[in-house]
Every structure is written in structure tokens, then in C-alpha cells.
Design a protein around this ligand. Structure first.
Ligand code: PLP
Length: 377
């Protein structure tokens, strides 16, 4: 089946007791035993498992082409479960431009428990080979990256990780399984902040891991999920699954609009650089064309004139919403320097754009309005 069909049907069957086509939200935290002590179904207690969570996990397993999935209360909780599944002393090699929350999680929470973190530029495969050692248990990949939308070669990195005996995890939040399938490219685990494209409506916080095989690491991930308890509520699972039904069509339309907008921005005099894998000027345009079905709906651009000029441009927008996060139906723009850590390498004039489902002509007209405000400064 194609991904559009999987997104509608996986984990989704009419309720056998009522015939309801849309699944009920199963709020019960506990499940009854018979006088003999037997459980009626597979459910015991909702932290262990719940019908809505299981439906979402089945859908995600099918979307990524994996063997199993585990859902969490957020993308960060999913990342934490992977770290909790490691032995003390394990090394994690991660990109130097990984999602800042992931680096912070490893530094603030897990380094104290003996995790060794090495950050490396993953566009440089020799640097990755040199960073991976005998202690390395996880090779953490994130592509496209935040906020420079850099692309790294998942198949090549998976080979390096596998040769070293490390598990390869790909944060697939930005690309989604619609555009990029890390498990097919050789990764062991795909990670999602389902808060973004999977949920897709900026109204639910959730996360997930999808594994290619049920191995020892996966058993410990399940342990972290069930014993740790950072699980999504039944309603969160229901909302996420409902969002996924339209995921392939949303992402395609958003990616098409992003390409149009990126080309338009690249021709604008007030814009010095556009970072978007769909442009031939992108540092890894060929890698992106090989491993992604479309270049995605995230782009960033630098306003000529730096921080003040970018502030004027973002202030002049009337339609695109100024807010953090991404992947919703509404376009969001963020002046990254305002949220980056003090030692950031992000250019001060950089604006990050999550392209939504508005008509691209309306988005371009709004960007035109914003960039006109730079000239009037
Ligand atoms: C948002 C995000 C996360 C963290 O997810 P939360 O759901 O906010 O905890 C991790 N990775 C990437 C790439 C993200 O964009």
C-alpha cells in the first residue's frame, strides 16, 4: 500500500462493539478481570498500554516500515527513553547542529549518569568516522537540521554507525516518513516529535520511536516507556492519529509551496542567502534529491543587513504568525537569534519559516510586505 492509504487505515478499524467508524477515546486507566482472574483483552493498566496508544503505535510502525513503535508524551521524552536504554559510560555521537533540546537533555540530565556526548559536523563523513569509537552506542542523525536546513547522508552515516557496532537513530521530525524513510536507508530507529507534522495542527505534544527490529535496546526502550511513564494521554494519541490521516497530502502541498517560496526569496534583493535543499545552491542538493521524496516544508533565509533588518522584516508581516515550532497548518516564522543559546553559530539575520497550508501566493505577498519594511527602516 502507498503511504496515503497507510496514513488513513493503519491502526484504524471500526469499533467491534459499537460499529463506530471513528475510534472512541478510551479514558479508563484500568481494565477488569474475570472472577477467574483473566483479563478480557490485552489491557491491564493504561501506563502499560492503552487502545488509543496501541492504534497510534501500529500506524507509526506501518508509516516508517518498522517492526514496532513506542509513543511518548513528547519528542524529548522519546529521546530521553533512548538515553535511558543505554548503559552508563556509553558514548553518543550527535550532530553539532542537533535540535538544541536534544543536546541540552543529554548534557543536563544524562552526562551526570555517565553518558559521553561527542558533537560533530555530520556533513563531514571523515569527522564522523574519527568521532565514533568502541564506546559509541548511538550515532544520532538529524536531517534536515535546525535552523540551517543542512542535509546529511543517512545511508552513509548508517554504514559508519553499523560498522562500529552502534545503533543509528535518525530524528525524522522535519522530513516525516512521507519524504524520508530512515529505516530503509539503514537506520535502526526513527525518532519523531509528533508535536510537529504528525499531529500537524499545533495542538498536541507527543513523540515516538519506531524500530527496525525488536532487539535488546528496544526492550530497554519499552522498559523506559512503561516504567518511566512519560506516555501520551489517550486523547493525545487520538489527536495525533487523527492528524496523521492527512499527513501525506499536507506535507506534499507544504513542500511544493516551500519550493516556490524559496525560489522567490532567492531572487529578492533584501535576502542574502536562502537555505533550502530544493535549491541547486544548497550544499547537499544532490544528497537531498537522493534520500528525500521532496525537499520539505522548512526553510530559512538571511535578511541582508543582519539582526535589525531581520527584526524589521518579521515585524512587517501581517499573515505569517511569529511563533516557535513548526509543522502545523499555519505558517510560522521565527527570528532564531532570539531563542538560540549565547554561543550559537546561527547568523543574526536568519529567519526560519515553517510553510503551512495557506495559498503560496498569499504567503509570498506577506513576505514581500515584510521585506519592504526593511527598506523603509
Ligand atoms: C520539536 C523537536 C524535538 C522535540 O520535540 P518535543 O515534542 O518538543 O519534545 C526534537 N527534534 C526536533 C527536530 C524537533 O523539531
Amino acid at each position: 500500500m502507498r503511504i496515503e492509504t497507510i496514513a488513513v487505515h493503519a491502526g484504524h478499524t471500526p469499533d467491534p462493539t459499537t460499529g463506530a467508524v471513528t475510534p472512541a477515546i478510551q479514558l479508563s486507566t484500568t481494565f477488569e478481570r474475570s472472577p477467574e482472574g483473566a483479563l478480557r483483552g490485552d489491557y491491564l493498566y493504561t501506563r502499560n498500554d492503552n487502545p488509543n496508544r496501541r492504534a497510534l503505535e501500529q500506524c507509526l510502525t506501518a508509516l516508517e516500515g518498522g517492526a514496532d513503535a513506542a509513543c511518548f508524551a513528547s519528542g524529548s521524552a522519546a529521546a530521553a527513553a533512548l538515553c535511558q536504554a543505554l548503559e552508563p559510560g556509553a558514548r553518543v555521537v550527535a550532530p553539532d547542529d542537533a535540535y538544541y533540546g536534544t543536546i541540552r537533555l543529554m548534557r543536563e540530565l544524562f552526562e551526570r549518569w555517565g553518558l559521553a556526548l561527542t558533537l560533530v559536523d555530520m556533513t563531514d563523513l571523515d569527522a564522523v568516522r574519527a568521532a565514533v569509537d568502541a564506546r559509541t552506542r548511538l550515532l544520532w542523525v538529524e536531517t534536515p537540521s535546525n535552523p540551517l536546513v543542512r542535509v546529511t547522508d543517512v545511508a552513509a552515516l548508517a554504514q559508519i554507525g553499523r560498522r562500529a557496532g552502534a545503533h543509528v537513530v535518525v530524528d525524522n521530525t522535519w522530513a516525516t516518513p512521507v519524504l524520508q524513510r530512515p529505516l530503509e536507508l539503514g537506520a535502526h530507529v526513527a525518532l519523531h516529535s509528533a508535536t510537529k507534522y504528525l499531529g500537524g495542527h499545533s495542538d498536541v505534544l507527543s513523540g515516538a520511536l519506531v524500530t527496525a527490529q525488536r532487539d535488546g535496546l528496544w526492550e530497554r526502550v519499552r522498559g523506559a516507556q512503561v516504567a518511566g511513564g512519560a506516555v501520551p494521554s489517550p486523547f493525545d494519541c487520538w489527536l495525533t492519529l487523527r492528524g496523521i490521516h492527512t499527513l501525506p497530502w499536507r506535507v506534499r502541498a507544504q513542500s511544493e509551496s516551500a519550493l516556490r517560496i524559496a525560489r522567490w526569496l532567492a531572487g529578492h534583493a533584501a535576502v542574502s542567502v536562502v537555505h533550502y535543499p530544493g535549491l541547486e545552491s544548497h550544499h547537499a542538493h544532490a544528497v537531498a534529491a537522493r534520500q528525500m521524496r521532496m525537499p520539505g516544508a522548512m526553510l530559512s533565509f538571511e535578511v541582508a543587513g543582519g539582526r535589525e533588518a531581520a527584526a524589521a522584516a518579521i515585524g512587517g508581516l501581517a499573515l505569517i504568525t511569529r511563533a516557535t515550532s513548526l509543522g502545523g497548518t499555519e505558517s510560522l516564522v521565527e527570528h532564531r537569534i532570539l531563542v538560540e543559546p549565547p554561543d550559537t553559530k546561527t547568523p543574526p539575520g536568519l529567519l526560519r519559516l515553517s510553510v503551512g497550508l495557506e495559498h503560496p501566493d498569499d504567503l509570498i505577498a506577506d513576505l514581500e510586505r515584510g521585506l519592504a519594511a526593511v527598506a523603509r527602516r
